[in-house]
Design a protein around this ligand. Structure first.
Ligand code: SF4
Ligand SMILES: [Zn+2]
Ligand SMILES: [Zn+2]
Length: 312
């Protein structure tokens, strides 16, 4: 008879080989390891005070729903921490409705209050309407994801303020962080390289500080967590699909990871080491307040308001 081969408990059979650590894990040890890693990230990066009111940005996809479940579990050990899920309804026909259902159902199950902010209410147009108008005006350079990314960030900040949250947690995974860093390197964008970090700096009073408890969790493992825990999430892809450049960078980094296990962690740690120098260089640019909406901004007008001017 063969011995159970889980590297941790040695009592159950492994179902997953974690290439970068060389461990074979059974389902229970795997899910526990993810929860322990998230707790470790939160502590190491000083992400939470005991009495924070944390808004969790929940899109309905695997990453944000897994994060919601883990933070709800963590909350049980931190009675003074308050959680509220914030979902942005961008207005993407045939896609977002299912995500809203999934997010609401998970929140009900976990007893987490749920708040929705919509592009239509905040900006006067759904994302579908914005794209149609932008195309009608001959805008070719900005993709749907460019509008969506900027305006969703702004909407999450507004939603977090509406529920009086002290911090907002997003489910950016290790993969997202590394892809974004490499994209910023490609663009030579020092300010964004410095800014995109596990705990964002408090740049203005209207900006709710953002934390990323999944920044050291590979995307594959956050998906696996949801499958093992049998958590319902939305897996239909968005009709606008991802940004072309990000997809290519993702494929390149995944290939590197396959050939050299641990590459993603290496890049993540490299950026962390470089950050003090990046911040010192980026500091000169400073932050102002958008003259139109009062949100934090690098120039007179924030990126979101600039985009909205295109479509109005
Ligand atoms: S794929 Fe693009 S348009 Fe669709 S939800 Fe993601 S960022 Fe928004
Ligand atoms: Zn085990
Ligand atoms: Zn603005």
């Amino acid at each position: 008879m063969t011995q159970p081969d889980c590297s941790i408990c040695k009592k159950r059979d492994a179902f997953f080989y974690r290439q970068y650590s060389g461990q074979k894990l059974c389902k229970r040890c795997f899910t526990q390891s993810i929860e322990t890693k998230v707790r470790g990230t939160i502590t190491r990066h000083h992400m939470l005070r005991f009495d924070d009111h944390l808004a969790i940005a929940v899109s309905g996809g695997k990453d944000s729903i897994s994060l919601l479940h883990i933070l709800a579990k963590l909350k049980l050990q931190r009675p003074k921490t308050k959680l509220t899920a914030v979902t942005v309804d961008e207005g993407i026909a045939g896609y977002r409705d299912e995500a809203l259902d999934v997010a609401a159902a998970n929140c009900r199950k976990l007893n987490v209050p749920y708040h929705v902010v919509s592009f239509k209410d905040l900006y006067g147009f759904t994302l579908d309407e914005m794209i149609e108008r932008a195309r009608g005006k001959g805008e070719k350079e900005l993709t749907a994801c460019a509008y969506c990314g900027v305006l969703r960030r702004k909407a999450i900040n507004t939603g977090a303020r509406q529920v009086n949250a002290t911090k907002v947690a997003t489910a950016h995974t290790l993969d997202d962080e590394v892809q974004t860093a490499v994209m910023n390197i490609f663009h030579g964008d020092i300010a964004r390289l410095a800014k995109e970090k596990p705990v964002t700096s408090q740049v203005s009073p209207s900006f709710v500080q953002k934390i990323k408890p999944f920044c050291e969790i590979p995307e594959k493992e956050s998906a696996l967590y949801a499958y093992v825990k049998k958590i319902r999430f939305q897996d239909t892809p968005c009709p606008y699909a991802g940004e072309a450049l990000r997809n290519d960078i993702r494929a390149m980094i995944d290939l590197m990871e396959q050939k050299h296990a641990g590459t993603k962690f290496t890049v993540f740690k490299a950026i962390e080491r470089l950050r003090p120098a990046l911040e010192a260089t980026a500091k000169t640019e400073g932050f102002r307040t958008c003259v139109e909406c009062g949100e934090p901004s690098a120039g007179d007008l924030c990126k979101g308001c600039e985009m909205l001017r295109h479509v109005r």
